[in-house]
Design a protein around this ligand. Structure first.
Ligand code: AMP
Ligand code: ZN
Ligand code: FE
Ligand code: FE
Length: 286
C-alpha cells in the first residue's frame, strides 16, 4: 500500500533544509495526503505551509511541534499535534526555549574551539536563519570547515547527547512537555522511542501525564523494532504514529517522506483524539 501519511517533518524554521513551501511541494509530489510539520520549538513554518498547500487540495497539513526534554543521560522528544498554537502563553514558552537554544549553541561553539575545531559563530547563526537554532546548524558549519564530510558525523563524538562539545539548555521533563501540549489543546506523542532505556516505566509515567500516542511507524526503524513498539503502544493504549523525521540533510541513506508512515486510519484517529481533547477543554456552560 502506498504511504499516505507522514507525521514527522522539519523545515528551515528549525533544522530542516527545505522551506515549508519546498517541503509541501515534495510531499505532494510523493503522493502523501496527510502530513504534520513538527519543527523543534517553533510553529512559524505553518503559515507558509498552509499557503503552499492551497495548490494541493488533496493534501492536509496537521499543525505540530517537537519539544526536546531530558531524562538522566538521554533525551526524549515529544511531538504535539493539533495544538492551539496561536495561544500567546504557548508561543511565549516556545520563544523562551529558542532563546535557550542560542545560548547553548554559542556554548557549544566555544567548546568546539577549545577542542581545536573553531567555527565562526556568525556563520552558524547565518545557517540557522531566523528560526530555531539547533545542533545540525553547528554540524553544517563544521562540514563547511572540512572537519567532517557529513553533518551526522559531527554527532558521533562531538555534538551528541554525551559528546565532547555538548552543552545543556533549559528543557522540560517529559511529563512537563506532555502537560504543556495537552494544556494547549494538543495530542502528545512520544517521538522515536526505540532507544530509550526503561521504556515501560516512561510510558506509564507519561500516560499518567496525558500521553496519547508514540511513534511506531518511524522510517529509520526496522520491522522487528516496529513490531516491538507496536506491541508496547497497543498495551498502553497509545496511538501508533510515525513518519520520516525528514530534514533534507542529504546524508546518504536518509529516509524520504513517503517511504514509511502510519496508515490513514491512524491519521483519522489522531484527529478524533484532537477533537475529543478540544471538547473536553472547552469551558462547560452551567
Ligand atoms: P537540537 O534541537 O539542537 O537538540 O538538535 C536535535 C537534532 O539534531 C535532531 O532533530 C537530529 O536532527 C539531530 N541529532 C541529534 N542527535 C543526533 C545524533 N546522535 N546523530 C545525528 N543527528 C542527531
Ligand atoms: Zn531536528
Ligand atoms: Fe527528534
Ligand atoms: Fe524530529
Amino acid at each position: 500500500m502506498p504511504v499516505e501519511v507522514d507525521l514527522h517533518l522539519h523545515t528551515t524554521q528549525s533544522d530542516g533544509r527545505l522551506t515549508p513551501t519546498e517541503l509541501v511541494r515534495l510531499v505532494a509530489q510523493k503522493g502523501l495526503r496527510v502530513v504534520a510539520i513538527t519543527d523543534h520549538d517553533i510553529t512559524d513554518g505553518l503559515a507558509e505551509a498552509y499557503q503552499a498547500a492551497r495548490a494541493y487540495p488533496q493534501l492536509t497539513i496537521i499543525p505540530g511541534v517537537e519539544l526536546s526534554t531530558d531524562i538522566p543521560g538521554n533525551e526524549v522528544h515529544m511531538l504535539g499535534y493539533y495544538l492551539d498554537y496561536e495561544d500567546a502563553g504557548f508561543q511565549a514558552t516556545l520563544q523562551r526555549f529558542r532563546e535557550g537554544r542560542v545560548d547553548r549553541a554559542q556554548e557549544m561553539v566555544r567548546k568546539l574551539a577549545q577542542l581545536g575545531m573553531p567555527v565562526d559563530w556568525k556563520r552558524v547563526k547565518e545557517i540557522a536563519g531566523s528560526g530555531a537554532i539547533g545542533r545540525p546548524h553547528i554540524a553544517q558549519a563544521l562540514v563547511e570547515k572540512g572537519y567532517f564530510q557529513y553533518p551526522q558525523q559531527a554527532f558521533e563524538r562531538h555534538l551528541g547527547r554525551n559528546g565532547l562539545a555538548y552543552a545543556e539548555r533549559e528543557k522540560l521533563t517529559p511529563p512537563e512537555a506532555v502537560r504543556l501540549i495537552v494544556g494547549t489543546g494538543g495530542v502528545a506523542v512520544l517521538a522515536h522511542p526505540a532507544m530509550l532505556d526503561g521504556l515501560e516505566r516512561i510510558l506509564r509515567e507519561l500516560w499518567e501525564a496525558g500521553l496519547q500516542g508514540m511513534e511506531v511507524h518511524y522510517a529509520e526503524y526496522d520491522e522487528p523494532t516496529r513490531a516491538r513498539l507496536a506491541e508496547a503502544a497497543h498495551r498502553h493504549g497509545l496511538l501508533p504514529c510515525g513518519g520520516s523525521d525528514y530534514h533534507a540533510f542529504g546524508t546518504p541513506g536518509e529516509h524520504l517522506p513517503g517511504e514509511l508512515g502510519p496508515p490513514m486510519e491512524v491519521a483519522r484517529r489522531l484527529k478524533e483524539l484532537a477533537d475529543a481533547n478540544a471538547r473536553a477543554r472547552r469551558p462547560q456552560r452551567v
